[in-house]
Design a protein around this ligand. Structure first.
Ligand SMILES: [Zn+2]
Length: 326
């Protein structure tokens, strides 16, 4: 994780991160052009790249030489991701697919020189996802999981439509935590052989995360919700980048397994309903969250922090009954 990953937030298209991106671009890389962003004119040529394969919902394009058979396989992966994510999020697939998806498999030179984007994957528009060709070539399972992750972002942003999710309090930890929740569950469901015990092994760095990290993250999360620009110094950028993903996914798993002592097994669908309701009513995250879960968000944060504190030296207990294992 690094500052650039933070900057390449898929929703940096809206004004929230634009200022920050500009500040950092000027501070750290004055000679470099700005990063590709949501709604960036640089994304438009992607739609015009050669179509490798298409079905009625998905069109795979690429600047690389991919065969039709590969294109067909990729379309299948995208369809699996749509199926899985819409089910997990309890969305109506027909509604979702009123507009299809374009998935661009981009070579490293295209990504780095034309889009100035990072390797991996990114949701560039409500109907446009890019994944690095290198990711596809190197590890087909990883590629599918990246697609499921980006598809979650795309489905979430579609529910927000033209609204700025960040200003409504749908923060980056929620965004990435939710996308990671779906990618992990997709991996467990689709690639059973790779996970014989049915769990995702936590990473070494996850063990180091503390209650204080969560306190700090929630403080930043609040700032993001109320400030237009979001300036962090370099040290804090690194801390942010290191905790956004793991604490985001652990918070959601905590809600599913532990919250209020019993957990909410349907947490993923419920969170999706929170997003849908925010998109419809333009109301803030904490208001809608309380309505759907019957508990106020600050209490959830307090319970989560408490859980992290009590399990600092006992990872087995921290992740008991969850999809994660130490
Ligand atoms: Zn993401």
């Amino acid at each position: 994780m690094n500052a650039a990953k933070f900057l390449s937030s898929p929703v940096s298209y809206r004004d929230l991160f634009a200022l920050f991106a500009t500040v950092v671009a000027l501070t750290f890389s004055a000679s470099q052009p700005a990063l590709a962003e949501f709604g960036d004119p640089a994304n438009k040529p992607l739609y015009k790249l050669p179509t490798i394969f298409a079905d009625k919902n998905v069109r795979v394009v690429s600047d690389a030489k991919l065969s039709q058979a590969e294109g067909k396989w990729i379309v299948g992966v995208v369809e699996d991701a749509i199926d899985f994510d819409t089910k997990a999020m309890a969305l109506n697939k027909e509604d979702v697919l009123k507009k299809g998806f374009c998935v661009a498999i981009l070579s490293t030179p295209y990504l780095t020189k034309k889009l100035h984007s990072e390797l991996g994957g990114e949701t560039l528009e409500l109907d446009l996802i890019e994944v690095c060709q290198e990711t596809y070539e190197k590890d087909k399972e990883r590629f599918a999981v990246v697609v499921a992750h980006e598809m979650t972002h795309a489905l979430v942003y579609r529910m927000f439509g033209t609204l700025n999710p960040r200003l409504l309090g749908w923060s980056r930890p929620w965004d990435e935590g939710f996308a990671q929740t779906n990618e992990n569950r997709f991996a467990l469901a689709m690639h059973k052989k790779s996970y014989p015990a049915g769990h995702i092994k936590i990473r070494q760095g996850d063990r180091l995360l503390t209650a204080d990290d969560a306190v700090w993250l929630f403080k930043q999360e609040k700032l993001v919700a109320i400030k237009k620009g979001y300036e962090l110094n370099e040290k804090d950028q690194q801390r942010w980048a290191g905790v956004v993903y793991p604490l985001g996914r652990e918070l959601i798993e905590f809600i599913r397994v532990n919250l209020n002592g019993h957990g909410y097994p349907d947490a993923v669908a419920k969170i999706s309903q929170v997003v849908a309701e925010m998109g419809k009513s333009h109301r803030k995250f904490d208001v809608v969250f309380q309505e759907k879960f019957g508990i106020d968000y600050p209490s959830v944060q307090r319970q989560f922090i408490d859980h992290l504190r009590k399990t600092q030296n006992n990872m087995a207990l921290r992740f008991k009954n969850s999809i994660f294992t130490p």
